[in-house]
Design a protein around this ligand. Structure first.
Ligand code: NAD
Length: 418
């Protein structure tokens, strides 16, 4: 079976190769590329625990990439498919995202191979605390700062942070982010991924003349998709299609998002009034903006020619395959890539870390102002210095910009440049 890390590295290298053909001043040696794409630290642990389902052995991982820019930063995932390969690929992407956003971090990612739905809350607390006991030597505000990811949440971060404090014998809130506000979390962290994506869309809409009441289709109605729907509809956008794992719903005149959010608390979105559509149909809906906010690889060479949106905002990680990317670029569809579009979460995690280190608590307005500045600034750099100048996609621009920052930090660390 193909390795997820190998695929991620190949995609990264292919995009940089394409960019170096356009920009003569950009050149990376094979050594540069190699050093950027191998993990700097890999930890695997196996621990037995007594749970309500009896004695079980758990496999857990933590991987660091490109830590010359700062401590490793990235989430911890609980999923039955978690393995070292997946965690490594996710950690590489985190190093690119953190460099792109100019956050003083390398990449980090961790996970436990577990189906959390099979365990009680008490079990999850016990497993989460044990993860920290196993990993505490590499975790810390200046070495590795975990956060929530798939099937982990603020409560799990609170347990982990508490366990870490007990081990260290003092309060170290900056060792974990994505905590509940009562445990040192930041305002706006819960919806920061969607908010960051919205700020990126706002800038793209200005440049590409997308009207304020533009139509949007959203795949996925979880943390990223639901919050994005709420934010965009409040700002006047017209959400005409959304879906979840059970299928989608369409209304050409616009869906009432407030009512849909209430509906989703007890039922799938597809039972909301409107026309039922499949997830495939949702992706091909005639809209101005398409927002994949669920799974990887949903737009491939099979359906890339059928996409009608003018802009695709990737809130999900990796929703577009490499081949589809090329087709969309040729069709002049603007793709705002995951490492930019969904970077609002880690950016507010950075603000949380700063607040914890300085013993501050910022108001929501301050968090949002700082988030908008950083997302808009990054969009502007990619748009002006790469997309317009060299006629490349935003993904290639994002990879090239992140790579430049990482290489610069590596050379500085080696004393090669001032
Ligand atoms: P979530 O679990 O809260 O929601 C996922 C949604 O996708 C659910 O509504 C689910 O029903 C839907 N879904 C699942 N299978 C589907 C299918 N086959 N077709 C359509 N919809 C389907 O997850 P989330 O936190 O919203 O994350 C969604 C994506 O965004 C993931 O790729 C994640 O890595 C990415 N992301 C999330 C954050 C964040 O802060 N939440 C940050 C960065 C990236």
């Amino acid at each position: 079976m193909a390795s997820i890390l190998d695929d991620a590295v190949a995609k990264f290298k292919n995009n940089l190769k394409y960019y170096s053909e356009k920009d003569n001043s950009f050149s990376l040696t094979d050594f540069d590329l190699k050093s950027m794409t191998i993990p700097s630290k890999t930890i695997s642990v196996n621990f037995p625990l007594k749970t309500s389902k009896g004695f079980k052995i758990f496999h857990a991982y933590r991987v660091h990439f490109n830590t010359e820019r700062g401590p490793a930063k990235g989430g911890i995932r609980y999923h039955s498919k978690v393995d070292l390969d997946e965690v490594s690929a996710l950690s590489l992407w985190m190093s690119l995202k953190n460099a792109l956003m100019n956050l003083p971090y390398g990449g980090g990612k961790g996970g436990i191979e577990i189906n959390p739905k099979e365990y009680s809350d008490q079990d999850i607390e016990k497993i989460s605390r044990e993860f920290v006991r196993q990993m505490h030597l590499i975790i810390g505000p200046e070495t590795d700062i975990p956060a929530p990811d798939v099937y982990t949440n603020p409560q799990i971060m609170a347990w982990m942070s508490d366990e870490y404090n007990k081990i260290k014998g003092k309060k170290v809130p900056a060792a974990f982010t994505g905590k509940p506000i009562s445990a040192g979390g930041s305002e706006a962290r819960s919806y920061s991924t969607a908010m960051g994506g919205f700020y990126v869309l706002k800038k793209a809409a200005e440049e590409y003349k997308i009207p304020k009441n533009a139509t949007i289709a959203i795949q996925g109605f979880g943390n990223a998709g639901r919050n994005f729907a709420e934010i965009a509809s409040k700002q006047g956008y017209n959400i005409i299609a959304v879906s979840d794992s059970k299928g989608g719903i369409y209304n050409k005149d616009g869906l009432n998002i407030e009512k849909l959010i209430k509906h989703k608390r007890t039922q799938p979105v597809s039972t909301f009034p409107g026309k039922r559509i499949s997830n495939e149909e949702l992706l091909e809906t005639d809209v101005d903006v398409l927002v994949p906010a669920a799974l990887e690889n949903v737009i491939t060479e099979k359906n890339a020619n059928k996409i009608k949106a003018k802009i695709i905002l990737e809130l999900a990680n990796g929703p577009i395959s490499e081949k589809a990317d090329e087709i969309l670029f040729k069709r002049k569809i603007i793709v705002l890539p995951d490492i930019l579009a969904n970077a609002g979460g880690v950016t507010v995690s950075y603000f949380e870390w700063l607040q914890n280190k300085k013993n501050q608590h910022w108001k929501e307005t301050k968090v949002l102002k700082n988030l908008e500045e950083r997302m808009s600034e990054t969009f502007k750099i990619l748009f002006n210095d790469y997309v317009q100048k060299f006629n490349v996609s935003f993904r290639i621009a994002a990879y090239a910009h992140a790579a430049k920052r990482i290489i610069k930090a590596k050379k500085k660390a080696e004393g090669c440049i001032e």
